[in-house]
Design a protein around this ligand. Structure first.
Ligand code: GUN
Length: 283
């Protein structure tokens, strides 16, 4: 059996159309949803990411501003900018691109963002809301993974989900979202002795480690659903995920490709969060 591909580009297009329609409805009420993207320094990957985020906003009819600062910006000056954006009524979402330069305390900067504008879902208040099932912004990448499962009509109740990776941005919030949908969840990580023992029992596997071929066909139960969050380069310099795609697609029932899988969904959920921040502010 060759797995069905879950097409992140096609699903994104659908969801972004819905964002664009709702943005138009808000504009008719005199409110244009606005996202501020703050980039400090000249990390080349970050520059590509923020450019893509700003362009996606424009394409969906959202207002976006990109604030770029030199790497030597002081933490106090960055905190002052975040404070000004918190108070700016034309801005509904604030995203400070990570990583920040070493002289800054990234968590302190994230905590300075108003939870109402925390469209990345990285604030402690957002994390706490997710953990307790209260309303709040969900981190975009795991949120996008949930939308991909929803798109294939997958019912997680009673299923066993294995998350590989325990980052604050993907692994931990992913596990909480799966748990909220009544899955039995296992979190594996670099100190897990025998990864395969766990993954072989999984109905759903989310690979979010950042290492090529962490998941191979012999580690996957036939018919499992596999979501690949990885963004790596192979020996030829081509983008690839954490999953041995060619092998695993012959065992899984559904699989996300890289590129064209989870990646576009991350930006899509950022647009959704920004739109919903604006809708909430409009009430
Ligand atoms: N750096 C890598 N991914 C992300 C993300 O999703 N949000 C922010 N703010 N920075 C990142």
């Amino acid at each position: 059996m060759t797995a069905h591909l879950i097409d992140g580009n096609a699903l994104s297009q659908q969801l972004r159309q819905n964002v664009a329609e709702r943005a138009r409805a808000l504009k008719n009420r005199g409110i244009t949803p606005g996202l501020a993207v703050v980039l400090v320094g000249d990390n080349p990957a970050s520059q590509v990411y923020v450019r893509n985020k700003v362009k996606a906003c424009q394409d969906a009819g959202l207002h976006s501003v990109l604030e770029k600062y030199e790497a030597n910006l002081s933490e106090a000056d960055l905190l002052a900018r975040v404070d000004a954006l918190n108070k700016d009524p034309s801005i509904h979402g604030i995203l400070v691109q990570l990583p920040l330069p070493d002289h800054m305390d990234a968590q302190k900067v994230i905590e300075a963002i108003s939870p109402r504008k925390d469209v990345d879902g990285f604030h402690i208040a957002s994390a706490g809301a997710l953990m307790t099932g209260m309303p709040g912004f969900w981190p975009c990448t795991p949120y996008g993974c949930m939308k991909m499962l929803e798109s294939i009509g997958y019912n997680l109740r009673g299923k066993h989900a294995v998350v590989i990776g325990r980052s604050n941005i993907v692994g931990k919030p992913m596990a909480l979202m799966l748990l909220q949908q009544h899955a039995t969840v296992t979190i594996c990580h670099s100190a897990t002795p025998d990864l395969k023992t766990h993954t072989l029992q999984a109905d759903v596997i989310v690979a979010a480690v950042g290492r090529r071929n962490i998941l191979t066909a012999d580690m996957v139960k036939p018919g499992a659903v596999v979501l690949d969050v990885g963004m790596n380069r192979n020996d030829e310099g081509k983008l690839c995920g954490d999953v041995d795609f060619a092998g695993v697609r012959e065992v899984a029932s559904h699989i996300t490709p890289v590129p064209g899988g989870v990646g576009p969904m991350t930006i899509t959920m950022l647009l959704v969060n920004t739109l919903e921040a604006a809708e909430a502010a409009a009430h």
